[in-house]
Design a binder for this molecule. Sequence first.
Ligand code: GDP
Length: 361
Amino acid sequence: MKHPENDARYRGLTVNKGIDQPPIINPYSTKRSPRKQYSVEEYVQGILAGNNVILSQAVTLIESLRPDHQETAHEIIERCLPYAGRSVRWGITGVPGAGKSTSIEAFGMELIRQGRKLAVLAIDPSSERSKGSILGDKTRMEALSVEPKAFVRPSPTGGSLGGVARKTRESIVLCEAAGFDTIFVETVGVGQSETAVHSMVDFFLLIQIAGAGDELQGIKRGIMEMSDGIVINKADGNNIDRANLAAAQYRSALKLFPMPDSGVRPQVLCYSAQQLSGVAEVIEMVNKHIELFKTNGSFEQRRTQQSIYWMRQSIDESLRNHFYHKPEMAAMLREKEQEVLSNKKTPFSAARELLDFYYNS
Ligand code: GDP
């Protein structure tokens, strides 16, 4: 019998045909139809009808740097403004690891259980470097991210803090027009971003954790003064006593602060976002305070002040952009920077010369 190995074509090194590998490029992805371009009218109607996909694409336009996108975004925002404003806006801050995302998931799911619709936005000034350290991680907020009554959006990236904050504020308008009655704006409790968040929310919640004794050490007085409520997370297991102690320390520290503009003293509560204990109480506390703010007029007053603040921010941003992007300025800017670097000029006289040139050119 003829053995196959005696065949002249047989080689010891013949490689059998293995399993077919799929192509590296998914052929279906190239066949997918390109993203539909909507008209302003379609965007507005989609948002007002509560279509989260259209809302998401409109937020992408807000975040885009393309002038034509910005123009469309501006028109959409203008058209949505009459439908905005009817939500309760929470600002949520706390150092990394305090449990912000776990808490947002816990508070958010409870609010949804109570019949609310929640949009979660963020301001993360570090996101350009870390490629979105907050809300960017898909493993976070697992329940909320698949919940149809929730809209979770990571922080816009790129640009100055002011620019990032403006985009988030504009996104709030669209989310409210889409029917979200509760908006969370998350930020990391480091740096200037709390001020930006504070200027766009009705209630500023500071999440703390019990530390190693010296509770008030790492926290800036400014953030405490800004807070409408302080909550101590991770009050579970053998951490309960330490959390209660931290709460007592915050309560006595707060007594030394002047009465906030809202006319209502912040409360301090302990809870556990992981064990879901005390979560409903935190929500109740926020709701109760919002009611008090509405009764004493500070709610309206705060929103009015915020509108003025945003008008000024918008002027600042626009002037700054105009100054730095004016083509005639580029060479002069480089020249003056060099002069400052080589100590030929003080920063102030260089700035004055640049501004004179700007106004007269
Ligand atoms: P973020 O950086 O402030 O958003 O914090 P995360 O929500 O990512 O939480 C940081 C870590 O703390 C995670 O490992 C969480 O599982 C844990 N954590 C959050 N909330 C609690 C809590 O209530 N109790 C305990 N024991 N751990 C928690």
